[in-house]
Design a protein around this ligand. Structure first.
Ligand code: SF4
Length: 328
């Protein structure tokens, strides 16, 4: 594994990368870190999940009870400024590629911020809550300016005038032999003239310390596994672009990495299935509890979870009765 700021593969060596289509339209992105996906609990019935996204897999690994609150109980979560800013920045970076290559400049990207914010608010009226108490608009102005700074920093890490993404905000889904469906939204897919695939994900936070890099790469290996399953191509490079700290984390996977991730996901899926059937969703407190919206329902904080719906019924053929998926 390598951490670098040396620019992506395919730039500066092979010139701009050429578009090669991958399957699937891109649905609207949800805020980073707070989405909805997986099994739904209609009335008093629980359906074991048949699908996993990186976010929900990450939830279960962080805390099984958090997974339950989000996927089974579907408890509402308040929009946060940080997550919404992430969604806004992603939208701007995605839309910028609509412009001809030479016009993909930092000023142009920054000019997209207000319009994309209007669009986002229209699509998700609940976001109005975020600045409801900001009578003089000062907080909103600062927040928009922070979004602009993140967008501007991207230009120090990548050069969009030399990129022609094959896909942006690409919804991918693949079914493993076991029946488990893996789903997610890939921020950007670049395909070099040689056919080499690079998967890129933007993060508006800071790069993790080296000891946490492996867990940051889990999501990327998840996507690489899905692409491999769909296209029988092992992506040449996985690239995380951290706009918060101005770092780029890259990893060049091999097939053994993807097989390892597949085994891990199958074990995780089995653990989720067992918890669904037994109702044993254990809380796993960590310092991340400070960001958890569900402390009022969590026994670790003196709360009581909602009654667990029973009985369990078999998973639906598509494993996702509402067809909903999680965010990145
Ligand atoms: S507060 Fe912590 S332990 Fe409780 S559900 Fe949230 S993440 Fe899990």
């Amino acid at each position: 594994m390598e951490t670098s700021n040396d620019g992506p593969a395919g730039e500066g060596r092979g010139g701009p990368v050429a578009p090669v289509p991958l399957p699937g339209p891109a649905p609207a992105r949800e805020a980073e870190g707070a989405g909805s996906e997986g099994a739904v609990a209609p009335a008093a019935v629980v359906v074991p999940p048949a699908g996993l996204s990186p976010s929900r897999a990450g939830d279960f690994m962080q805390c099984p009870l958090l997974y339950r609150f989000r996927v089974i109980d579907r408890l509402p979560e308040k929009p946060s400024e940080a997550a919404t800013r992430g969604t806004l920045v992603h939208a701007v970076l995605e839309r910028l590629f609509d412009a001809p290559a030479a016009e993909r400049t930092a000023p142009r990207a920054k000019s997209l911020v207000p319009g994309q914010w209007d669009r986002l608010r229209e699509a998700r009226p609940e976001l109005v809550e975020l600045f409801a108490d900001d009578a003089d608009g000062e907080r909103l102005t600062r927040w928009l300016s922070e979004a602009e700074q993140l967008v501007e920093r991207w230009f120090t890490l990548e050069d969009p005038t030399r990129l022609e993404p094959a896909e942006r905000e690409l919804f991918v889904e693949a079914e493993l032999d076991s029946g488990l469906r893996l789903r997610g939204i890939i921020d950007r897919v670049d395909v070099a003239p040689t056919g080499e695939v690079r998967i890129v994900d933007y993060k508006t936070g800071r790069a993790p310390r080296p000891e946490y890099a492996e867990s940051a790469l889990f999501q990327m290996k998840f996507y690489a596994l899905v692409v491999w399953r769909l296209k029988r191509v092992v992506p040449r490079r996985l690239q995380l672009v951290y706009l918060g700290s101005g770092d780029v984390l890259t990893y060049d996977p091999v097939l053994a990495d993807l097989e390892r991730v597949e085994r891990k996901l199958l074990a995780l899926w089995e653990a989720i299935r067992r918890a669904t059937e037994t109702g044993d969703w254990r809380p796993r407190p960590t310092k991340l509890c400070g960001w958890c919206d569900h402390r009022a329902h969590c026994p670790e904080f003196g709360g009581t979870p909602p009654p667990y719906p029973l009985p369990v019924r078999a998973a639906e053929p598509d494993g996702d009765p509402q067809g909903r998926i999680g965010p990145d």
